[in-house]
Design a protein around this ligand. Structure first.
Ligand code: MIG
Length: 830
């Protein structure tokens, strides 16, 4: 740091002092005896400084360190570094040129916990141990590497580089290990294995993005490395523009990640499995709340249904045609001149009456919201925003104005609590009209034809920041304000919030969709890679515009995409203005029947899906899962032909297939699989050609799986037939499934009002067990229909020692029986 002394009276430079970091010793390096013209001196001095800062600097050599409550604090010749224990498998590293700024994160809710079991100081290094990990700290220069307790290197700083500064830019150069693969990093285009690529995080409205465009809408700076039967994760919690390079820039020497500014601040995850790492990551950044059950039903959207008349017509058509559907959307045209928190009085004259009619028919309504607030005196949201100084400003105090749908608009500063609270309250304009879902768009933030200037300021006086560090969290903070506000307004019911932009931790507030995709087969496949990757980075509730946002799909593509929608965490069909209509009945009778079948299949699977969301809400396991989670070291799953395959939960394997092929080569990870539609058995560990006609997407069930299903309903508001179907596919290994149910609509489950039951299958004991349910909710299913698949020749069972006869099922080697769903232990033997 430099102190420049200028004489107030004559503007002449008196002296320049250098303040030594950390010691704050001040040395005078220049003093003027004779008056020199200030501009001349300043130019000379500053250009000298600028020259000096052109080279990068290292983290310096360790001077000393001391133990703190959860780790150690290191002082080097150049910086401060802290290494803290969050759990035996989770270590945080912070480094800063200056004394650390106050510890603040939008993403992290976890706290340091525990300490190193051993801290051993020797001449060249410091050794830190936890029960699971070994951290080796090299002293000259400071470098940090992570090992297993068995001494195998997981990941560490590279050679003589490690952490370096270049001006304000901070980067960690890390060793690239032989054969190392990288997965994750959230919503990033490209391949499952990110090796050889460079990515940037800078939330961007990416209309009609190409297959390799980067960045797009959201920032999730968390990735996993996989090498040599080992795996680890790194979360770089820095909200400035950040970059990740997985060996695209060098000759296989190193990989690196860094940011334009801010601190080096990363969390290292060293659990021994990807599951364990995801569990830790979600413990650190938060889990989803249980989504409202209705939001897992089929969702029909369009930009836009132009009037309540049109919307109600769509609702009636779903019911007339007996196509199940739970959710309809209003895109921007429901508003009065695109002003948020208003309704168009002509086209939507009585929104309450409209949502009442929708409710009678079993529909929920989601309305879109953009962040920009129209500059217009007399418009309440604008007037209040001005009164409360709620909008982001330039450093000179004037408001930033950008043009969006409503015209010239100001942008709420969602980083401030007061602004979030104010924003949240505004939703009464929608919730009072019966709206229960809130779709946050344009929150990168996006303004037409503009790159919003970085110097715009945000935050309270005690915590000011510019768009440079706020941009990547703006969307998340809008979603946070929306979730917290609407949760209050809905009086105990769960709101559904959907966001386009995001930062890590978004899962605590909102579902996401992958923005403005294109109506092509390649984009459909890319969509599944995006969702798989977002699942790897903490966000399990994601969908894509089924059918494509820009362009028109062929009928075949529409049919195929809808069949995949069944197995997508959020099943939403959406498209842009001017495009062909996407509703299932717009594609001819034959295609309509196929789409009805796909949507009915979705509703059959809801009990399984809901239980899988429960798992996500407890331990962060994604709903849609890249095969890398369970088969990280199987080289086949990374091959371009197989990288789009995914699991829905643990039991189902889904192979996305382009619409112009009716067969596909599918890779089956090692274990047994049954084709769901036919019951055919396939032994895994190989790739096989399978039939993939438009009416039969390749979907397979893992041998030994237990899948709860139901008879399809038209909407989750329907009572259904009261029969919980428990399907069991025979396998040679024991397995279990945690069935979960609650009221689907409130937060009472947080107080124990749920119904949870462990169901297990043991082929050796010839036994299926239903444990006694826990929780205080009573299941809505009064009967259980047990359906056994792949149990040849079975004709009867014993249920708690009572013999029951089985009925033959539709597929060969299947059989079923129905019995009451009693809240006691049920033991079934064959
Ligand atoms: O400038 O609200 O991604 O889903 O239909 C386009 C209109 C704004 C972009 C969203 C899209 C939505 C559209 N919006």
């Amino acid at each position: 740091m430099y102190i420049i002394h200028i004489n107030k009276k004559n503007g002449i430079l008196d002296a320049i002092y250098v303040v030594k970091q950390y010691t704050y010793m001040i040395t005078r390096v220049f003093s003027s005896k004779i008056p020199v013209l200030l501009p001349l001196i300043l130019f000379g001095a500053l250009s000298g400084l600028a020259q000096g800062s052109r080279l990068s600097t290292s983290a310096g050599d360790v001077v000393n360190f001391h133990q703190t409550s959860h780790g150690i604090l290191i002082r080097t010749t150049r910086c401060w570094a802290s290494i803290q224990v969050y759990s035996p498998t989770m270590i945080r590293v912070r480094m800063s040129h200056q004394v650390f700024s106050s510890d603040f994160s939008y993403a992290v809710i976890g706290k340091p916990d525990g300490e190193f079991t051993k801290v051993q100081d020797s001449k060249g290094n410091i050794l830190l141990l936890t029960d699971s990990l070994e951290v080796r700290v090299n002293k000259d220069p400071l470098q940090i590497s992570f090992y297993t307790r068995g001494g195998k290197m997981l990941s560490g700083d590279y050679g003589g580089l490690g952490v370096r500064w270049l001006g304000h830019e901070i980067t960690d150069y890390r060793t690239l290990l032989p054969g190392e693969k990288f997965i994750g990093l959230g919503e990033k285009t490209g391949n499952l294995n990110r090796r050889g690529n460079h990515y940037v995080n800078w939330n961007t409205d990416a209309f009609g993005y190409s297959l390799n465009r980067d960045p797009i809408y959201s920032t999730m700076p968390f990735y996993l490395g996989i090498h040599d039967s080992l795996t680890y994760g790194i979360f770089f919690d820095n909200t400035f523009r950040s970059f990740f390079d997985f060996g695209s820039s060098t000759d296989s020497q190193f990989c690196f990640f860094g940011a334009d500014d801010g601190e080096m601040n990363y969390y290292f995850f060293g659990a021994s499995t990807i599951r364990g790492i995801l569990q830790d990551y979600s413990a650190l950044t938060g889990h989803i709340h249980m989504p409202p059950l209705w939001s897992l039903g089929y969702q029909q959207s369009r930009y836009s249904y132009m009037s309540s008349k049109e919307l109600l017509g769509i609702a009636r058509t779903f019911r007339e045609k007996q196509i199940p559907c739970d959710v309809l959307y209003c895109d921007i045209d429901y508003m009065d001149h695109y002003k948020v928190f208003t309704w168009n009085p002509v086209t939507f004259p009585d929104p309450r009456e409209m949502t009442d009619s929708l409710k009678m028919m079993g529909f929920h309504l989601v309305t879109i919201i953009d962040p920009g607030i129209k500059v217009e005196k007399g418009y309440p949201a604008f007037d209040e925003g001005m009164r409360d100084s709620a909008f982001a400003r330039y450093p000179d105090g004037s408001y930033y104005t950008g043009s969006v749908w409503a015209g010239r608009s100001h942008f709420p500063d969602f980083t401030r609590r007061q602004v979030r609270t104010w924003w949240g309250k505004n939703f009464s304009a929608l919730s009072d009209s019966g709206v229960t879902g809130f779709w946050n768009d344009m929150n990168e933030p996006s303004a037409w034809g503009q790159d919003i200037p970085d110097l715009i300021e945000f935050g309270n006086p005690d915590h000011r920041a510019t768009l440079a560090s706020v941009r990547n969290v703006y969307g998340m903070q809008m979603a946070r304000a929306t979730y917290n506000g609407t949760r209050k307004l809905l009086g105990g019911r769960r709101p559904f919030v959907l966001s386009r932009a995001a930062y890590s931790g978004i899962q605590r507030y909102s579902a996401m969709w992958t923005g403005d995709n294109n109506s092509t087969d390649k984009h459909m496949l890319l969509g599944y890679r995006l969702i798989n990757s977002m699942g790897l980075s903490g966000e399990p509730f994601v969908g894509m515009d089924i059918g494509g946002f820009s362009g028109n799909p062929t009928p075949a593509l529409m049919v195929r995409w809808m069949s995949l929608g069944t197995y997508t965490p959020m099943f939403r069909n959406h498209t842009a203005k001017g495009n062909t209509f996407h509703e299932p009945w717009r594609w001819g009778k034959k295609n309509e029947a196929l789409m009805r079948k796909s949507i009915r299949q979705r509703y059959r699977l809801l009990p399984y899906l809901y239980s899988t969301f429960y798992e996500a809400s407890r331990n962060g396991m994604p709903v849609e899962r890249s095969l890398a989670i369970d088969y990280a070291y199987d080289q086949h799953i990374y091959r371009p032909g197989f990288e789009n395959e995914f699991q829905l939960g643990h039991a189902l394997l889904v192979a996305p297939v382009v619409s112009y092929r009716d067969s596909a080569k599918v890779y089956f990870p090692k274990c047994g699989w049954y084709r769901m539609s036919t019951g055919d058995y396939i032994k895994g560990g190989h790739a096989f050609w399978v039939a993939a006609p438009l009416n039969d997407l390749p979907v397979f069930v893992r041998a030994g799986s237990i899948i709860p299903m139901q008879h399809p309903v038209q909407s989750t508001m329907d009572k259904g037939d009261g029969v919980l179907q428990i399907h069991v596919w025979y396998g040679t290994d024991p397995s279990s499934f945690r069935y979960y149910e609650d009221d689907g609509n409130t937060y009472q489950y947080e107080q124990g009002v749920f119904y949870r039951r462990l169901i297990s299958f043991d082929p050796e004991k010839h036994q299926i067990l239903f444990a006694k349910p826990t929780g205080s909710y009573s299941s809505k299913f009064t009967q259980i229909k047990l359906v056994l698949h792949g149990f040849p020749g079975l004709i009867s069972l014993k249920l708690n020692d009572r013999v029951i006869h089985l009925q033959p099922g539709r597929q060969s080697a299947t059989a079923w029986a129905v019995f009451p769903n009693k809240s006691e232990k049920l033991s079934i033997n064959w």
